[in-house]
Design a protein around this ligand. Structure first.
Ligand code: GDP
Length: 329
């Protein structure tokens, strides 16, 4: 039971590790007081640099993120990594020692690594990841790295919210560029060709350059070659992401990206709140199940059934959504 949101928030803001862990679990598990806690965390966030790393399994994302994390820690930064891994169960702090070759005291003070699984993510994995990032941001982590397996829509959606999205490729994975989904190409701010110690890195770079010259995006998307296992190229990657950030800020794109992302999150949150309200007045899902029957057995189009159910909801509310909207605006 959470009794004192204020002392929990104060603990997080002063960087107290136990409060940080507690706040994350209160928010993630929607424990009592979670909304006030989240509100405070969000209020105190917005300062951290958020980096996204995505790419197919096996390209070396974790190894690369570890190398990046080590360099940033050596520069005196506080760094957090949230690895979205739909397959793995929660693994918490035990990962730290395995992933990073650094002294324990430094790790405990300045580093945080967490694997986010779909299990237990009450508002969906994307929402849950962002909620945890607000806590870390409020706790004064300088850099928050979100690592995803770049395959699904959820991962692409998460990446739209980061300041710099790094897409990791490797040579020799067949038609790697063709295999990339359009969404992934679109969200890439920096491309990394990892495992550059292997044959084919230059050919892949040429291929990628051709694709990028067609896209002609602003700021220019850089390609960086790395060998994550030796750390080669990691400094170049950090330089490339800093340059991207500077260019994006001077073009006003950082603010635009944050607003676009906020708008899409707002729409998602409003849709789920409205849906929750409709569901709440339909005890035991009687209407929903009747609607499902109509769709499947009576071949009534889902759009028509949805309209009927929303109309019923409006009638029950005694006010049309249009009027609600006018009052709202
Ligand atoms: P992830 O699934 O994308 O997170 O990939 P991992 O970081 O787990 O790496 C997959 C495998 O590739 C591991 O055996 C790494 O040691 C290896 N690996 C990662 N980076 C490099 C690299 O730059 N060169 C080579 N040769 N192997 C690498």
């Amino acid at each position: 039971m959470i009794t004192d949101v204020k002392s929990l928030v104060d603990g997080v803001l002063s960087g107290e590790p136990r409060s940080l862990a507690r706040a994350i679990s209160v928010i993630e598990n929607h424990m009592p007081g979670w909304e006030q806690c989240l509100e405070q965390m969000y209020l105190h966030s917005g300062r951290a640099e958020i980096l996204g790393f995505t790419g197919a399994p096996g390209v070396g994302k974790s190894t690369l993120v570890n190398a990046v994390m080590e360099q940033l820690l050596n520069m005196g930064k506080k760094v957090a990594v949230l690895a979205i891994d739909p397959s793995s169960p929660f693994s918490g702090g035990a990962l730290l020692g395995d992933r990073i070759r650094m002294s324990k005291s430094m790790l405990q003070k300045n580093a945080f690594i967490r694997s986010m699984s779909t299990r237990g993510a009450m508002g969906g994995i994307a929402a849950s990841t962002w909620d945890v990032s607000y806590v870390l941001d409020a706790a004064c982590y300088d850099v928050i790295i979100i690592e995803t397996v770049g395959v699904g829509q959820v991962e692409v959606d998460v990446m739209r919210g980061v300041d710099v999205c790094v897409v990791v490729l490797v040579p020799g994975m067949g038609d790697s560029i063709q295999a990339l989904k359009a969404g992934i190409i679109e969200i890439a701010d920096v491309f990394v060709i990892n495992k550059a110690d292997r044959d084919g890195a230059n050919a892949l770079e040429r291929e990628l350059n051709m694709v990028l010259s067609l896209a002609d995006s602003m700021p220019k998307v850089e390609i960086v070659k790395t060998c994550a296992t030796s750390g080669q190229g990691v400094a170049d990657l950090l330089r490339a992401k800093d340059e991207f950030r500077k260019a994006a800020a001077s073009l006003g794109l950082k603010q635009k990206k944050r607003k676009d992302f906020a708008r899409s999150v707002l729409f998602q949150q409003m849709s789920s709140l409205i849906l929750a309200e409709i569901m709440a007045i339909d005890a035991n899902d009687v209407q929903i199940e009747a609607g499902v029957e109509r769709i499947v057995n009576e071949r009534v189009a889902p759009l028509i059934v949805a309209r009927d159910l929303v109309a019923r909801y409006k009638a029950l509310c005694g006010s049309s959504l249009y009027n609600l909207q006018k009052g709202f605006l």
